[in-house]
Ligand binder design. Structure first.
Ligand code: FE2
Ligand code: FE2
Length: 509
């Protein structure tokens, strides 16, 4: 079954009529099963623009289109005009014969560029998809992005609750997510296990606000009858050329029965937040370190927020406490280590803020992603380039570690990640780095995007954890299998004596 997806027409202010008409010509020609528009039909959400859209431009499309609004459509109380001129801001389309369900949601907040799914929309995702058999093709449509997109600057315009949205998408085994908003086309394959989700961002059909060299485009997504294989193509309207963005299976590689040889074991800790205050627990820290020391591993990675407020006494304490860990260790700073004197003290007590560790099995670069006195982080284009130049060892596991998360975490507001998360994610994934370790938000998580595994650590010893099971660290085991590498991530909730496998990924060479 085939989908035609188009987005961000911006009828009115920045509207390019020529490319809209060109795009509509193709939409009318392509024989597809579903035609979907992913928001920003108008530029300012005004009556004038809605009238133009309804009376002049939408009638040019001779196909039935499923539409949801974008942030521009809800400007100037345009959400009420959408209902008046276009119809409901949500839709659910069920095709029982073909076993396809498409849920369209409104991710906008009135008069704001940022989006929010909100608990009701998240609940709706579970209600529509959680108990639906995986034989069905499950499609979710909303305007804003959840994963950071290349060339789009700071990721402040993703949905604020993107972590919860991603969790719902993964929990419900949704096959296809369609978004607009960033005016650039992009495809990522996201998985936390057996089923891949294709996260598809559609470019703009007719908004003059384009990004870099991105051209006006429409996107087609085609699944085979068994829903095991997908092909995604983007039509660049100016050149009339088709570009294939994805052509592959959507079922993830099977976890092997025989793991093969254990290549590397890494213990990942973060957010020790060492201080004399009540939020740091010496007892919990000591208990965690005892367990860490009893595990055979190659390396411990500390993903930052070593101290609570970058005080001298905290760095002093931290050096003594972390000295109790008997394994080799690599450390990167977090924003709590980057208050005004933090960088100087960090270097005095822990050495350079950027570091490297190599053995015969892996190469790992520790990156300083912090900005002085800021919560948000940045890596920067030049550092990214040098990471890729430094991490290209064919036989070794190529790893980078920094503090700020790239993939939004559940139960947290998506606001303190990297300013340049879109560019960094694209470089990491296209550069085929094997493993990315981060440590933000005192919350654990792991995902696979394309061929890269991302793991975020919780907190080892701060009492402000975002997990009902308490303080934790991650054990990452990498096995060499017949076909590639198998990554097993186990989270140890050492204070209550429990552990749980939070991710298993088998990535073929
Ligand atoms: Fe837009
Ligand atoms: Fe938008």
């Amino acid at each position: 079954m085939k989908f035609v997806v188009f987005s961000d027409a911006h009828i009115g202010g920045k509207f390019n009529e020529e490319t809209f008409i060109e795009g509509v010509k193709y939409i009318n020609e392509i024989d597809a099963d579903y035609y979907i528009f992913t928001g920003d039909l108008t530029d300012q959400g005004t009556v004038f623009e809605y009238e133009l859209a309804k009376n002049k431009y939408l009638p040019m499309i001779k196909k039935p289109v499923l539409l949801i609004p974008g942030n521009h459509d809800v400007k100037n109380v345009g959400d009420l005009l959408w209902e008046e001129y276009i119809g409901p801001r949500y839709f659910v389309h069920i095709d029982k014969t073909r076993k396809v369900k498409i849920l369209g949601l409104d991710s906008n907040e009135p008069d704001q560029n940022t989006g929010r799914m909100g608990p009701k929309a998240i609940e709706r995702i579970y209600k529509e998809f959680e108990d639906l058999d995986d034989e069905w093709l499950k499609v979710l449509v909303f305007h804003h992005q959840t994963l950071p997109i290349k060339y789009t600057g700071r990721e402040r315009s993703a949905v604020i609750d993107a972590g919860d949205a991603i969790k719902a998408i993964m929990d419900c085994n949704i096959n296809l997510v369609l978004n607009g908003h960033r005016h650039i086309s992009n495809v990522y394959k996201l998985t936390d296990g057996d089923i891949k989700t294709l996260i598809v961002n559609c470019g703009t059909i007719s908004c003059k606000k384009t990004r870099y060299h991105e051209e006006y485009s429409i996107t087609t997504v085609e699944f085979d009858e068994e829903k095991l294989h997908a092909k995604i193509e983007v039509l660049l309207l100016k050149d009339n050329t088709w570009v294939t963005k994805f052509d592959g299976d959507i079922v993830e590689h099977v976890i092997p029965d025989d793991f093969g040889e254990l290549e590397a074991t890494i213990i990942q800790i973060a957010n020790t937040e060492i201080s004399r205050g009540a939020s740091f627990s010496t007892d919990i820290f000591t208990k965690g370190v005892q367990l860490i020391n009893s595990i055979d591993c190659d390396l411990v990675v500390h993903n930052g927020d070593i101290t609570n407020r970058s005080y001298v006494r905290e760095f002093n304490m931290a050096r003594n406490y972390l000295g109790l860990i008997k394994h080799d260790m690599i450390v990167v700073p977090g924003p709590k280590d980057s208050f005004p004197l933090g960088k100087d003290l960090y270097e005095e007590y822990f050495g350079p803020t950027e570091s490297e560790y190599t053995n015969d099995k892996m190469k790992i670069l520790g990156i300083n992603s912090c900005i002085l006195d800021e919560k948000i982080g940045r890596i920067g284009r030049n550092t990214c380039k040098s990471i890729l130049e430094n991490l290209h060892s064919k036989n070794k596991i190529n790893i980078i570690a920094f503090h700020h998360n790239i993939i939004p975490l559940p139960r947290t507001k998506h606001d303190s990640e990297l300013q340049d998360a879109g560019d960094v994610l694209s470089l990491i994934v296209n550069g085929k780095l094997n493993l990315v370790l981060t440590g933000a938000k005192n919350t654990s998580g792991c995902w696979q995007i394309d061929d890269t595994v991302f793991v975020n650590a919780g907190t080892l010893s701060s009492r402000s954890y975002n997990n009902r099971l308490g303080n934790s660290f991650n054990l990452i085991q990498v096995y060499r299998t017949k076909k590639g590498r198998y990554y097993k991530i186990t989270e140890f909730f050492f204070d209550i004596g429990e552990s749980k496998v939070i991710g298993e990924f088998h990535i073929y060479d």
